[in-house]
Design a protein. Structure first.
Length: 171
């Protein structure tokens, strides 16, 4: 029985990693009509939102880390991976804290994730370029984080409602 539960968990995490990886690829193919560097929809964050509410913080962190590394090696470079790791880590920490404190619903948790992802990436950009001027992008990136975070959070909430019964039966 215990071996079967482990196999189900591995299959679930593999599915989440694959979905996040595919969403990252799809997003790279979609032209986003905003001329500001770093603004994107954040489709892979959909997996983070769903993961937080179905498999928990530790499992979601593992899925996110694997996805960022795989995408970094497959579609970009180590520099881009550094930005992704910083944004992803700060985003996930904010989302975990907000969920744990029960301050917001799923959309609010996702909005915080979008905002903190942008803050993490700008912080790395400021450190790499040694220019605090990159923070002039912050207002636009915060607005984008709110809008895209809300969209992803609403979608994530709908998905969580539908798959939670299935995931809970796996345990």
């Amino acid at each position: 029985m215990k071996r079967n539960k482990g196999a189900k968990a591995i299959a679930l995490y593999g599915m989440l990693i694959a979905l996040a990886f595919i969403f990252s690829y799809i997003e790279s193919m979609i032209p986003f009509p905003v001329p500001i560097p770093g603004v994107k929809l954040g489709l892979a964050n959909l997996v983070n939102v769903v993961g937080l509410y179905t498999v928990g913080a530790v499992g979601t962190a593992a899925v996110s880390l694997v996805r960022i590394v795989l995408v970094g090696f497959t579609f970009s470079n180590p520099g881009a991976m550094l930005y992704g790791l910083a944004g992803g880590a700060l985003s996930l920490l904010a989302m975990i804290l907000a969920k744990k404190l029960d301050w917001f619903g799923k959309a609010g948790v996702s909005i915080l994730g979008g905002i903190f992802h942008n803050i993490g990436q700008l912080t790395v950009a400021a450190l790499v370029t040694e220019q605090a001027g990159v923070f002039t992008y912050l207002p636009v990136l915060l607005a984008a984080g709110v809008v895209t975070g809300a969209v992803i959070g609403l979608l994530g909430g709908l998905i969580v409602e539908r798959i939670t019964p299935v995931v809970s039966r796996m345990g």
